[in-house]
Ligand binder design. Structure first.
Ligand code: ZN
Length: 284
């Protein structure tokens, strides 16, 4: 029998590993070496793994492993009850942009935050979030690092993200950056697979799509934050989704991002990475 044709995701430059997948258990230099050895060409680190006082050192560790940094995770939340908390978040986000630039990442992923503490004002919190994003423009322009707005499943609307759909992210991009230079959209299969307007929203986002994250939604998920499934173990039509994202013009790598406290974060990191590479076939 002829061997099955190799999936194009076998090529390192077609796949990216988001370090959340490994549960933040090791220093970035060790993670980067494992990720490269498993055949990924890109890495998206989280802030807790990077020393933002001297990010050049971590950038060098990533390069030395033979990887390129793709995106950087993630912004501080933007809606807050006090002016001082909003200022603190803005400072924090500027530091993240500086670190992203030092790492050579193309974009900072924006998880925009939910309601301001103690608030029931959805529109007011959304307005604060938009202002917070707008205020980052000078830092975005000076670092050259873009912002990728990542809509999160509406389960998270109260505490993590009042940005819930691709269409909403696209509308915010148009408001913030009509020329499409600095604001784009990160599409995470886990967060958007259920959306009745998925296909037209992806087509509408077109060149704004800056990242494509994959994992799977387990049918009987234990909880929606830290029980994501490995590709192929859940209900998401990942192949269909990838086809839509690429038909819309996205030609970047497919990025594996699996938060799994009770399963994959307990597994040997090399086994996790090997499994991810294998299961990327589910996206081919
Ligand atoms: Zn994601």
């Amino acid at each position: 029998m002829a061997p099955a044709p190799l999936c194009d995701l076998a090529a390192p430059d077609r796949c990216c590993l988001n370090t959340a997948t490994l549960g933040h258990r090791e220093p970035i230099a060790v993670i980067a070496r494992r990720v490269a050895a498993a055949g990924f060409g890109w890495i998206t680190p989280w802030r807790r793994e990077i020393d933002e006082r001297q990010p050049a050192r971590d950038a060098e560790a990533i390069r030395a492993a033979g990887l390129r940094a793709r995106s950087y995770c993630r912004t501080a939340y933007l809606a807050h009850a006090s002016e001082s908390a909003r200022r603190q978040a803005a400072d924090d986000n500027r530091r993240a942009l500086d670190a992203a630039a030092a790492l050579g990442a193309r974009e900072l992923i924006a998880v925009v935050g939910g309601l301001a503490d103690g608030s029931r004002d959805v529109d007011g919190s959304r307005a604060q979030i938009l202002r917070g994003l707008e205020d980052l423009m000078p830092a975005i322009e000076s670092t050259g690092v873009a912002i990728a707005l990542e809509p999160l499943h509406p389960f998270y609307a109260a505490d993590r993200s009042l940005l819930s759909t691709i269409a909403q992210a696209q509308a915010w991009c148009e408001t913030l950056d009509p020329k499409g230079r600095y604001f784009g959209v990160a599409i995470d299969a886990y967060h958007v697979w259920w959306d009745p307007l998925l296909a037209p929203s992806i087509a509408g986002a077109g060149p704004r799509i800056r990242a494509f994250h994959v994992s799977d939604w387990l049918r009987h998920t234990q909880e929606p934050l830290l029980d994501r499934g490995m590709m192929g173990d859940g209900v998401v039509d990942l192949k269909g989704l990838r086809t839509m994202v690429e038909a819309a013009g996205f030609d970047g790598p497919v990025e594996v991002e699996i938060f799994s406290r009770d399963q994959w974060w307990k597994e040997d990191p090399d086994v996790v990475l090997h499994t991810c590479r294998e299961r990327l076939q589910a996206v081919c």
